[in-house]
Design a protein. Structure first.
Ligand code: MG
Ligand code: ZN
Length: 213
């Protein structure tokens, strides 16, 4: 019974996700669904990314969070249009939430819409929000076992950002093993090592984004 209910929810979500995708296509907006655990550094990476692409790509952000508007406030300080979605405890964004949020943005002025999903490596991967690409932030401090433990999110992601790479010497994170596991789960995945402290990889990531708009 539970399985059937879940399928119906996903079926309805997929329908709205397709409507979102059509709306974004019509307005020439490329959408990236940015996922990752709480504390993986999604928002900091997003701030650095927006600074990096400023003047090059016109961007907007949809911020998904459980309760607070803290991340959205950080984005707003950069002068980037941002809409906050509070899921009130919900552990992922769905297509209907993103649709409502996107409707309050001036999409014709936007080339790139980044949706920061709720911090979670599980169900955000199951809910299509109408994005063109999924990107997952995996920080070095989370451990190299995460790709094998949460394969779906890495399989679904066009890009994996191995974040906080500057902390590599201080952890037992096995970079070669993580890369190997990621390539096994998703052979064509793009892997970019990033650090918001040193700035490593941020140009490569900005170039990747410029390549998909
Ligand atoms: Mg955040
Ligand atoms: Zn969830």
């Amino acid at each position: 019974m539970e399985i059937k209910v879940m399928k119906n929810i996903l079926g309805e979500n997929d329908k709205i996700a397709e409507e979102n995708r059509a709306m974004f296509r019509e307005k020439n907006v490329t959408v990236v669904n940015l996922m990752g655990s709480p504390g993986s550094g999604k928002t900091t990476l997003l701030e650095k990314t927006l600074e990096k692409i400023s003047g090059r790509i016109s961007a907007a952000v949809i911020e998904g969070d459980l309760f607070t508007a803290r991340d959205a406030e950080r984005i707003e300080r950069l002068g980037v249009p941002v809409v906050q979605i509070n899921t009130a405890g919900g552990c992922h964004l769905d297509a209907a939430m993103v649709k409502r949020a996107a409707e309050s943005l001036e999409l014709e002025k936007i080339q790139l819409l980044i949706v920061e999903n709720v911090g979670n490596l599980v169900c955000p991967a199951e809910f299509d929000v109408g994005e063109n690409f999924k990107a997952t932030v995996l920080s070095i401090t989370e451990g190299d076992d995460k790709p094998l433990k949460y394969p779906l999110i890495f399989k679904e992601s066009a890009v994996v950002l191995l974040n906080k790479i500057d902390l590599l010497p201080y952890t037992n994170f096995d970079l070669a093993a993580a890369r190997e596991d990621l390539s096994t789960i998703h052979p064509n995945v793009e892997i970019i090592e990033t650090s918001c402290t040193t700035g490593a990889g941020l140009d490569a990531w900005a170039d990747w984004l410029a390549g998909v708009i």
